[in-house]
Ligand binder design. Structure first.
Ligand code: FAD
Length: 444
C-alpha cells in the first residue's frame, strides 16, 4: 500500500523526449523483476547504459550531476504510451520520482501511476513550455507540488493549478489503494475524530526556505538540531532534538522529517516518541539499509534536519479512559509518548501495554519497566517472537482478560502486517470498531 501522498518541494529532472512509451521507461526484458526497490536501476535502462553496463557518454539526464534525489520529472508530450506496465511507475517511484509533468498521458499509465503514488500532472502546452524554459534556464529551480491544493508553486510565487480525479486524489492523500469504503490507515474507525494534517510549509514560504537554515525557524519549516543519539535496542535508535520554538503537537502525532541540505529530498514519517510535555523532541527509528536510514545513522549532535509537515491521523489517547496499547517493534514510539504524557498530566486511567518485539531487548524496555514500578495504573508485558511469543488469541485473552466487555480503547501501532493481524484478533475478542485505533507504519 502506498504511503499517504503529501506536498513536497523538489528540483526537476527535465527530459526532452516526446511520446515516451512504457517500453522505454522499463524495457520488456526486466518485467520479471518483482522487487520494486530494485527497479531504480532499470529505469530508462537503454537510454542510460551501454550493453556492457557502463553509463552512456554523455550521460542520460538522470545520471547527470545533481539529478539524484530529484522527485519531479518534466517530460515532453504524451508520456507513458504503449502497453500496460505497472513496472513503469514502480521504476519511477523506486528512482525517487513522485510527480511527472507532461501535457498528457496514456490512460493506462495514468491509472497505474496514481495507484503507485506517482502523480501524473497534465498542464497546457503554454505552461509546459514555460516550465521547460524555467528549468533549462536555471536547473536548480525548485517546484512545490501540493496535491491537496492541486497546485504547483513556481519559484516566482505563482501557482499552476492542475486537475486530478477526485477519487484518485483521496486515495493518494490517504495512502490507500483499496477504495474509499475503507477507512484511511490510522484512523481506527474514527473519521469524526480526524483532524486535518497541519501543513507547516505553505506555498508562500518557499522563497524564504533558505532562511530557515540559519534564521528564525518558528514561522517557516521547523529546523531540528540533533542533541544526542540513544541506542534503544540493537535495531532501534532515538534521535533527540532541541525543541524548536512554536512546535506544538500531541502524543500520538506524526512528523515528516528530511535532511538539510536537501540531498535526500524525500523524507520519512515518524511518530513523535517524546511526550509534548517533555523539553526535547524525539523520534525513534528502526535501523535499515535505505539511504535515508543510513543518513539517520550518521546524524550527529549539531546536525540539522527539517520538519516539513506534522499532524495527527486521529491516533490520540482519550483522556481518563482505560487503554490497551499493543506495539509491534518500533511501534512502541507513539506509546512512549502517550505513557510519558499520562504520567506528566497525572491521568491515572489504567494502561496495559503489550510490546511484541522480535527479541527480548525491546526498545524502551527498561524505561517502561521503571515507570510501571512507580505507577500502579501501568502494566507492561513483553513478548519476544523469536521465542514464539506471537500475540495469539489465547495470549491476548490471558493478558487482557476482560477487554471484550471493558470500556477500554485499544491502540495498535507498528508495521502494517502486524497492525492488521492484531486488529483481527482484537475484534475476534468482541471489541467494537469504535474502540480500536490503529497507527500503521506504512513503509515497512
Ligand atoms: C504514520 C506513520 C508513522 C511512522 N512512524 C515510524 C516510527 O516512529 N519509526 C520508524 O522507524 N518508522 C516509522 N514509520 C515508517 C517510516 O516512515 C518508514 O516508512 C520506514 O521507517 C521505512 O523507511 P526506510 O527508509 O527504512 O525504507 P524505504 O526506503 O521506505 O524502503 C522500503 C523497504 O525496503 C528496504 N530497503 C530500502 N533500501 C534498501 C537497501 N538499499 N538495501 C536493502 N533494503 C532496503 C527497507 O529496509 C524497507 O524495508 C511511520 C510511518 C507512518 C506512515
Amino acid at each position: 500500500m502506498p504511503e499517504p501522498y503529501r506536498g513536497f518541494a523538489s528540483k526537476v529532472v527535465p527530459l526532452h523526449a516526446e511520446n515516451v512509451d512504457t517500453d522505454q521507461v522499463v524495457p520488456a526484458r526486466y518485467l520479471k523483476i518483482t522487487d520494486k526497490a530494485g527497479l531504480a536501476d532499470v529505469l530508462f535502462r537503454d537510454w542510460r547504459f551501454n550493453e556492457d553496463g557502463s553509463l552512456k557518454d554523455p550521460p542520460f539526464v538522470l545520471d547527470q550531476p545533481g539529478m539524484a534525489g530529484r522527485n519531479i520529472l518534466l517530460v515532453g508530450d504524451n508520456f507513458g504510451t504503449g502497453s500496460s506496465r505497472e513496472h513503469a511507475p514502480w521504476a519511477l517511484a523506486a528512482w525517487g520520482i513522485r510527480a511527472v509533468i507532461s501535457t498528457g498521458y496514456a490512460d493506462i499509465f495514468r491509472n497505474n501511476a496514481l495507484k503507485n503514488g506517482v502523480l501524473p500532472i497534465a498542464v497546457d502546452p503554454e505552461t509546459h513550455a514555460h516550465l521547460f524554459a524555467l528549468i533549462d534556464d536555471d536547473p536548480e529551480s525548485e517546484l512545490r507540488i501540493d496535491l491537496a491544493e492541486q497546485g504547483i508553486l513556481l519559484p516566482d510565487g505563482t501557482t499552476v493549478e492542475f486537475d486530478v480525479d477526485t477519487f484518485a486524489k483521496l486515495m493518494l492523500l490517504r495512502g490507500t489503494d483499496e477504495g474509499l469504503g475503507v477507512r484511511p490507515a490510522g484512523t481506527g474507525g474514527h473519521p469524526a475524530r480526524f483532524r486535518p494534517f497541519r501543513r507547516v510549509t505553505t506555498g508562500a514560504q518557499i522563497d524564504r526556505y533558505p532562511a530557515a537554515v540559519g534564521g528564525s525557524p518558528e514561522d517557516l519549516n521547523f529546523v531540528l538540531r540533533v542533541l544526542r543519539r540513544r541506542a534503544e535496542s540493537p535495531d532501534c535508535v532515538s534521535l533527540v532534538f532541541a525543541r524548536p520554538r512554536g512546535l506544538a503537537y500531541q502524543a500520538g502525532d506524526w512528523v515528516d522529517v528530511r535532511f538539510l541540505p536537501a540531498e535526500l529530498a524525500v523524507g520519512r514519517t515518524f511518530s513523535f516518541s517524546s511526550a509534548p510535555t517533555e523539553p526535547d523532541v524525539w523520534i525513534t527509528y528502526r535501523r535499515g539499509l535505505s539511504p535515508f536510514k543510513r543518513a539517520l545513522d550518521q546524524a550527529a549532535p549539531g546536525d540539522t534536519l527539517l520538519i516539513t509537515q506534522h499532524g495527527s491521523n486521529g491516533f490520540l489517547r482519550r483522556p481518563r479512559t482505560p487503554a490497551l496499547l499493543i506495539a509491534g517493534g518500533v511501534g512502541i514510539a507513539p506509546f512512549r509518548s502517550m505513557i510519558r504524557d499520562a504520567v506528566a498530566r497525572g491521568d491515572q486511567a489504567e494502561i496495559t501495554l503489550i510490546h511484541v518485539n522480535r527479541t527480548e531487548d525491546a526498545p524502551f524496555r527498561k524505561e517502561l519497566a521503571g515507570l510501571a514500578a512507580r505507577q500502579p495504573w501501568l502494566k507492561v508485558h513483553h513478548l519476544a517472537t523469536v521465542d514464539d511469543g506471537r500475540l495469539t488469541l489465547n495470549r491476548l485473552r490471558h493478558l487482557a482478560p476482560d477487554i471484550g466487555e471493558s470500556r477500554a480503547c485499544v491502540y495498535i501501532a507498528g508495521p502494517p502486517a502486524m497492525v492488521a493481524s492484531t486488529e483481527r484478533v482484537i475484534k475476534a475478542l468482541g471489541v467494537a470498531s469504535d474502540r480500536v485505533l490503529t497507527d500503521s507504519f506504512t513503509g515497512y
